[in-house]
Ligand binder design. Structure first.
Ligand code: GLY
Length: 299
């Protein structure tokens, strides 16, 4: 019996968007903040898509909202490494051109995702540390003191935020942003800024954004596996196959997907995964576990 909350959709939606706030354990008293934070980001991205804007702009806009929200470990709200420093990573990929912009191990950027987006027109894919900060300064990036991004956290504050969008021109984009792992060694970089590991977008196939144990996601190149699966199967089975592969090396993850036909889905093996999604003809909704979004088949 189909879930009446999720209207089956025979036709490709004109636009679709899904955001996440990290694969992790979410304390019951923080669940509302995660749902409302994801919804706020979703609505900001949705407004861009409804106005005919690009998937890239929608993804950047949604992630900026998540970077502003200290509920999430990205931008303002980032965790501290073993030296007590903030080191952020972010990336964005344009499925139309396969351009990628990414920054890693940066502490002084107010919005790492926007600096990554500024890099989409550059030849280089990834800039790290001081080099990324110099690039940001030269491109009017919003700078801040690294300590300004740290907050007192009631939780461990682990993991990543992300967004995937399909625009009315049929283009896809994916993005990620994270403050990394609390207490990790200085200079450690996880999956989030690495295409094929934490994100990927290709208009011909789909777009994906991942969250979870960065080292496991890198070892399994999980975003790349997910994209290859989408060439053969819908998002649901592709997500299942990716989580099965991840089980072989261990580690938690959450995955959000929109394929080239506009089908969106998400999954996780972490205790919770805060997600919000919407598409043309289907109102925005937010969840902290896939089981709550229980149609079984999102189309
Ligand atoms: N998934 C985020 C990280 O491992 O840094």
């Amino acid at each position: 019996m189909p879930d009446p909350m999720i209207e089956p959709q025979a036709e490709r939606p004109s636009w679709a968007i899904i955001v996440h706030g990290g694969a992790k354990s979410i304390a019951p008293e923080l669940e509302d903040a995660h749902r409302s934070g994801c919804l706020l980001a979703l609505v900001a991205g949705q407004a861009i898509l409804e106005a005919g804007g690009s998937a890239v702009d929608a993804v950047e806009t949604a992630i900026r909202v998540l970077e502003d929200d200290p509920t999430f470990n990205a931008g303002y709200g980032s965790v501290l490494n073993a030296q007590g420093q903030v080191e952020c990573n972010a990336a964005i990929m344009d499925g139309r051109t396969l351009d990628v912009g990414a920054v890693a191990a940066v502490g002084g950027l107010r919005h790492p995702i926007s600096v990554a987006a500024s890099m989409l027109s550059e030849r280089q894919v990834l800039l790290v540390g001081h080099g990324a900060e110099c690039f940001a300064r030269a491109h009017d990036g919003e700078m801040c003191a690294p300590g300004d991004l740290a907050v007192e956290r009631p939780d461990g504050g682990c993991d990543t935020v992300g967004c995937v969008a399909l625009d009315i021109q049929g283009h896809l984009a994916a993005g990620t942003s994270t403050g990394g792992l609390a207490g990790c060694p200085q200079g450690r970089v996880g999956d989030s800024p690495l295409p094929g590991c934490g994100l990927y977008a290709d208009d011909a196939i789909g777009a994906v954004s991942l969250s979870g144990d960065g080292e496991s996601l890198i070892r399994t190149t999980l975003a790349a596996r997910l994209i290859h699966s989408l060439e053969a199967v819908p998002p649901g089975p592709a997500i299942e196959a990716a989580l099965t592969r991840l089980a072989g090396v261990g580690g938690e993850a959450g995955l959000i997907v929109i394929d080239a036909d506009g089908r969106l889905d998400w999954g996780h093996n972490s205790p919770q995964f805060a997600v919000a999604h919407a598409r043309a003809g289907q109102a925005a909704r937010a969840f902290t576990e896939r089981a709550q979004d229980a149609s079984g088949e999102l189309s």
